[in-house]
Design a protein around this ligand. Structure first.
Ligand code: ATP
Ligand code: MG
Length: 301
């Protein structure tokens, strides 16, 4: 399949979930079980399609690297067990590891809390020519920190700066930061893997019942499940305030992993395609150099 055809399919699979203007966005409009027109009988075909997508992505990433002008930042946010890790692993599986880096953001360390909240993320921004992936991000500052407001106290902010508008201010700062990145040639794409509460329960139970998955289970995740509605509200607010043309959110249905992965791959391909990447053309000087080298190599004994 040629690249143009793949780019077209990528668009069809991902555009329905893209949010560029948050004002009208409501989380309830996206069904976590949605698989577009595909049924479970299409699963094998979707898996093949993902493979094709992964190969296309590798080709695009190779051009991104050769061109060395744009950087790509992919941000992943989700409730626990929504499949962030699996989506990252599968979608990026074909990409040259030299051109791709993943950073995971957990509970901030005391060193990190001694800085503004963007600091730890800025250190991991991708260089030009590379794809950077944030597994969680500064958006946690409007999610877990909002749901558990006591966390704000440990952030060492001057009390005067913790105003009643703090969440609005954070959205505003994040929007400005992403606009700044965009103006500097960083393509920003954000993913919220939208899993249902029932499906999360199934996945937690599978982690408990299956010895090979036991290591993944954490009681802390179960505790956070108790705040489900607060998190859903926080996610909706976050998307409503930070979805922009230059840094859209993709709210990807996450109850069927096979579908989540093709939709995410589609969005990444669509994003890369928008950069009109091409291998750099070499000039007359370089062509001469190549001809001389070829002659020398061919005349070797
Ligand atoms: P996995 O469980 O698959 O390894 P994970 O991303 O869930 O991946 P954990 O170490 O389980 O990793 O969880 C990270 C935790 O850190 C999450 O509960 C998240 O909410 C929390 N966290 C991330 N950023 C912040 C922050 N800025 N302030 C407070 N907690 C945060
Ligand atoms: Mg976890």
């Amino acid at each position: 399949m040629n690249l143009k055809k793949i780019e077209k399919i990528a668009k069809e699979l991902s555009r329905p979930f893209r949010v560029t203007d948050g004002k009208k966005f409501r989380l309830k409009d996206i069904d976590p079980e949605d698989t577009l027109h595909l049924g479970s009988e299409d699963k094998p075909r979707a898996k093949e399609g993902l493979q094709t997508g992964v190969e296309a992505l590798a080709e695009l990433q190779d051009m991104l690297y050769a061109q060395d002008k744009w950087a790509v930042l992919l941000i992943f946010q989700a409730m626990d067990a929504a499949g962030k890790d699996g989506a990252i692993k599968h979608v990026m599986s074909g990409v040259n590891p030299q051109g791709c880096q993943v950073a995971s953001f957990k509970v901030p360390s005391s060193e990190e809390l001694d800085h503004d909240y963007l600091w730890r993320c800025q250190k991991h921004l991708p260089e030009r020519g590379r794809i950077g992936i944030f597994n969680r991000s500064y958006y946690e500052e409007t999610l877990v920190v909002r749901v558990h407001e006591e966390l704000l106290q440990s952030q060492k902010l001057p009390p005067k700066r913790v105003t009643k508008n703090i969440w609005k201010e954070r959205f505003e700062d994040i929007r400005a930061f992403e606009r700044y990145l965009s103006r500097n040639g960083v393509l920003v794409r954000k993913f919220f893997l939208h899993v249902s509460k029932d499906e999360q329960k199934k996945r937690f139970l599978a982690r408990i019942d299956n010895p090979e998955k036991n290591w993944k289970f954490s009681s802390a995740d179960c505790r956070e499940r108790g705040y489900w509605d607060d998190y859903q509200r926080a996610y909706e607010e976050m998307i409503r305030h930070t979805a922009t043309d230059e840094a859209p959110w993709y709210v990807v249905p996450a109850d069927h992993k096979w579908f989540t992965r093709i939709a995410v791959a589609g969005a990444v391909i669509d994003g890369l395609a928008s950069l009109n990447l091409a291998y750099p053309q070499v000039g007359a000087e370089k062509l001469k150099e190549l001809a001389v080298a070829k002659k020398a190599l061919n005349s070797e004994e």
